[in-house]
Ligand binder design. Structure first.
Ligand code: SAH
Length: 345
């Protein structure tokens, strides 16, 4: 529920309007787990609310901490599916990598999440709840300032729920994140990208991974529906606030998309776009026959982009020792198969 939903519900219950904000404060700011903790709500009303309404329902079933401090949470949904959320320590703050679907239908060749197909869309509550629960779990919740929708799933394939979740994450009467520190990453669903620019002000990231249609269609089937000739114009038309850039994620795969020529193609493709390029050397996972390039190749690729005036950052994926890095996510609980992806890395 957003504020107006809550107000309408409260009104329908015959309660005074101020209860809406009060309830939202408890849920999003104090992050209580149940109505019984709402100490400024009369006892009788608390009991009544507990019968009629519910707060969050994700269940933390596992937590693993990497040597670099990255923490991945495995959450179980009510219907038994599970999703992962990854908390990434950065200089001075935390970034939380949040899932938008259980599984994913996009079937990108290099990504473990795609292998399981789509289980289902997450609800807005399940998306927001990942943030609420991690904030509740950590010692210094105020340091969790950044959110990336780069976990399991394709956020723009679950548009309405994602938008509703973003609304609650950014609302002052909700989780109160700044839209400047929230990033949505997409594999490139063009119609939804065009809509998103009108509906939100959050940052946009695009998983590019190939600078020509042949390479990109091979790696990412979505490119057959929305080839670069459709995607790039939609990005050029994307309304960017002052000083904002679109982030491009580009996984570097040995012999596939990592040559000097590929770098030059990328330069021409993105020419004139306010673009920041994150280079992610491929993360391995079992059954994947592709490899990351040598570090020299990665540096050389970066160098070409930098010489051509692009901001290009090599993203060493964090959490690899606990399989919490980009594209390593399966959401399965069975033994060592529990793996997580996060694009920010
Ligand atoms: N579906 C959205 C959100 C997921 S982001 C999207 O595609 O943007 C997950 C990120 O991890 C994507 O940028 C993807 O390119 C990257 N990724 C997937 N598998 C990877 C792997 N094996 N190594 C490195 N990065 C990977």
């Amino acid at each position: 529920m957003n504020l107006s939903d809550t107000e309408a519900w409260v009104k329908g219950e015959g309660l005074p309007a101020y209860r809406a904000r009060q309830l939202r404060d408890w849920v999003f700011k104090a992050r209580v787990g149940g109505f019984e903790g709402m100490t400024n709500v009369p006892k009788g009303l608390r009991a009544e609310l507990a019968e009629k309404a519910r707060i969050n329902h994700l269940e933390e079933i596992k937590k693993e901490v990497s040597g670099d401090g990255t923490t991945k949470y495995l959450f179980k949904l009510e219907d038994g599916h599970s999703i992962e959320t990854v908390l990434i320590p950065e200089r001075g703050h935390f970034t939380l990598c949040v899932s938008s679907q259980a599984g994913c239908a996009m079937n990108c060749l290099f990504c473990l999440t795609g292998k399981q197909g789509l289980k289902r869309n997450l609800t807005a509550a399940e998306i927001v709840d990942q943030v609420v629960l991690v904030k509740r779990a950590i010692n210094d919740p105020d340091r969790l300032t950044n959110i990336v929708l780069m976990g399991m799933g394709e956020p723009l394939a679950n548009y309405d729920a994602v938008l509703r979740a973003l609304d609650n994450l950014i609302a002052e009467d909700g989780m109160n994140f700044s839209h400047r520190t929230v990033t949505l990453s997409t594999c490139g669903l063009v119609p939804q990208i065009r809509k998103l620019g009108k509906d939100t002000k959050v940052n946009l990231a695009v998983s590019l991974n190939g600078a020509d249609d042949e390479t990109r269609s091979y790696l990412m089937p979505v490119n057959r529906t929305y080839p670069l000739s459709k995607l790039i114009p939609a990005l050029r038309a994307f309304p960017l606030p002052n000083k904002r850039m679109i982030t491009f994620e580009y996984i570097l795969i040995r012999g596939m998309n990592d040559s000097d020529e590929d770098a030059m193609k990328l330069v021409s493709l993105l020419k004139g776009l306010r673009a920041k390029i994150n280079l992610i050397p491929l993360n391995p996972h079992p059954g994947l026959s592709m490899e990351a390039p040598s570090p020299e190749r990665v540096f050389q690729f970066q160098e070409i982009l930098v010489q051509n005036h692009f901001t290009a950052i090599i993203r060493k994926s964090k959490g690899q020792d606990i399989s919490a890095a980009c594209g390593q996510l399966s959401g399965e609980t069975a033994g060592s198969k529990w793996q997580v992806a996060c694009g920010r890395g």
